[in-house]
Design a protein around this ligand. Structure first.
Ligand SMILES: *[C@@H]1O[C@H](CO)[C@@H](O)[C@H](O)[C@H]1NC(C)=O
Ligand SMILES: *[C@@H]1O[C@H](CO)[C@@H](O)[C@H](O)[C@H]1NC(C)=O
Ligand SMILES: *[C@@H]1O[C@H](CO)[C@@H](O)[C@H](O)[C@H]1NC(C)=O
Length: 362
C-alpha cells in the first residue's frame, strides 16, 4: 500500500495532524483509502491500546454521491456530519470568521454585563477598570509574537511550513504574499511595517540576515531609509546577506561609491563585531531605530525608573509587601527612586568613579 502525501505535505513529511485528543484524518474518497484508515486505526489499537470511539466521531464528505457514501460508510461506520460544524465552540470554516458565525457565543457573553463603557471596563484595575484585555490590542500583540517566531525560525511545524511555502528563502520583510495564501497569513504579513522596528538582528556569521533589508545596522533597515533605488547596493545585490561583507571575521564594506554609501559606512557602529562561529539571532527591542548602544533589559529598567514605576522598597512598603524599607545598598536610608539612583552613598560613589574614569570632573 502506498501512502500519498496531501498537497504541500511532502516537503515536511506531514502525514497527519493531531490536536489534543481529537484526531483529524483527511483522505481521498475511495474504498482503498478508507480500508487503509480502518487498518491503521486497528494497528494503532493493537500497538497502543487506544481505541477510537467510532459513534462519537463525525465524518464529513465533500462532493460524494449518496450511493457511494453508503458504500464508504460500511467500511468506516462513523455518523455523518454536515458543514458548517463547530470544534471547541468555534465554527470550522475555511474562510474568515464573521460576526454572525459567533452570534451565539456573543449572546452568552453579553447577557451578564452591566452598562459600563467598554473602554472603562478595559482600563487597568488600578485605574478603576476591570483589567479586561482589549482584544484588538491583544490580538495585535499575539500576531507580532507570531511574526517574531517566524524571524526566529522557531522550531514548530507551522513556522517551518511558512518558511517552506511562503518565504522560500526570501526576506520576511519583502516577500510578496501570494494571493492564494490564507486570510490569516495575509493579515499577519500586513503588520510587517509596524513590527519591523521592534525586531533587531544581532549578527553572528551574517549568513541569515539580509544586508540591505533587515534591521541590523544602527540606521535601521537600509532600504527603508534610502529606498531601493539608491545606488548603495551596486556591487552587492539587493538580497545579499550580511555575510557578503564579512571576510576573515572582520567587516569589509564595499568601496564607498556615493554619499549614501559613505553615510551607511560612517554611521556603522564599529563595536559590532561579527562572530562567524555563531548563527545570527533576532531580538525584540524596546527602542526603535537610533538607540544603538543599549541593552534592551537596561533600557526597560531605565524607562520604568523615569516613570517612577520600579518596585523600590518604599512602594513595596506602601503595598504592604515588605516591612523594612531600608535601602538594599546602604542599609541606612529608606529606599526610593531618588535615593537608590542618586542620594545613596553607594550610588553616588559609583557615579563619581564613573565620571572620573571618563575624565569628567564636576
Ligand atoms: C532555500 O535554500 C536552501 C539552502 O540554501 C535550499 O536547499 C532550498 O532549496 C531553497 N529553497 C527554495 C524554495 O528556494
Ligand atoms: C564567538 O562565539 C563563541 C560561542 O558563543 C564564543 O565562544 C567566542 O568567544 C565568540 N568569539 C568572539 C570573537 O566573540
Ligand atoms: C523610613 O520610613 C518610615 C515609615 O515611613 C519612617 O518611620 C522612618 O523614620 C524612615 N526612616 C528613615 C531613615 O528615614
Amino acid at each position: 500500500m502506498v501512502l500519498i502525501f496531501h498537497t504541500k505535505c511532502r516537503n515536511l513529511n506531514i502525514t497527519l495532524l493531531i490536536f489534543a485528543d481529537d484526531l483529524f484524518v483527511l483522505c481521498g474518497v475511495d474504498i482503498v483509502s478508507f480500508r487503509l484508515i480502518v487498518d491503521s486505526l486497528s494497528n494503532f489499537y493493537h500497538f497502543s491500546g487506544l481505541q477510537p470511539n467510532m459513534p462519537k466521531g463525525i465524518i464529513f464528505f465533500a462532493g460524494v454521491e449518496a450511493a457511494y457514501k453508503e458504500a464508504l460508510r460500511l467500511v468506516l461506520p462513523i455518523p455523518e456530519g454536515s458543514l458548517p460544524a463547530k470544534y471547541l465552540g468555534v465554527p470550522l470554516i475555511s474562510t474568515r470568521l464573521r460576526a454572525h458565525d459567533c452570534a451565539q457565543m456573543k449572546e452568552k457573553t453579553l447577557h451578564s454585563g452591566a452598562n459600563v463603557a467598554w473602554h472603562a471596563v478595559c482600563a487597568p484595575k488600578e485605574e478603576g477598570g476591570l483589567g479586561l484585555c482589549v482584544l484588538k490590542t491583544w490580538n495585535k500583540a499575539c500576531m507580532m509574537r507570531h511574526q517574531w517566531a517566524i524571524c526566529m525560525k522557531a522550531d514548530t511545524l507551522w513556522i517551518k511550513w511558512i518558511h517552506t511555502f511562503i518565504l522560500r528563502n526570501q526576506s520576511v520583510w519583502r516577500v510578496k504574499i501570494p494571493q492564494e495564501a490564507s486570510w490569516t497569513i495575509r493579515k499577519l504579513f500586513q503588520l510587517r511595517d509596524e513590527i519591523q522596528p521592534w525586531i533587531k538582528y544581532i549578527i553572528g556569521d551574517g549568513k541569515s540576515t539580509y544586508l540591505w533589508v533587515d534591521n541590523w545596522h544602527n540606521l535601521g533597515p537600509i532600504c527603508k531609509r534610502f529606498g531601493d533605488s539608491g545606488d548603495f547596493h551596486v556591487g552587492r545585490p539587493l538580497f545579499a546577506k550580511v555575510s557578503s561583507i564579512i571576510h576573515n571575521g572582520a567587516w569589509q564594506w564595499p568601496r564607498p561609491r556615493s554619499a549614501i554609501t559613505k553615510e551607511i559606512v560612517s554611521n556603522f557602529d564599529p563595536s559590532l563585531i561579527p562572530n562567524v562561529s555563531v548563527p545570527d539571532c533576532v531580538r525584540w527591542t524596546l527602542c526603535k531605530y537610533g538607540f544603538s548602544h543599549h541593552v534592551p533589559r537596561w533600557a526597560f529598567i531605565e524607562w520604568l525608573a523615569l516613570l517612577g514605576r520600579l518596585s523600590t522598597k518604599d512602594r513595596l512598603y506602601s503595598w504592604g509587601v515588605v516591612s523594612d524599607q531600608r535601602c538594599v545598598l546602604c542599609q541606612v536610608e529608606n529606599e526610593s527612586h531618588e535615593h537608590l539612583f542618586f542620594a545613596c552613598a553607594y550610588s553616588s560613589a559609583m557615579w563619581d568613579s564613573l565620571l572620573q574614569r571618563n575624565n569628567i570632573f564636576r
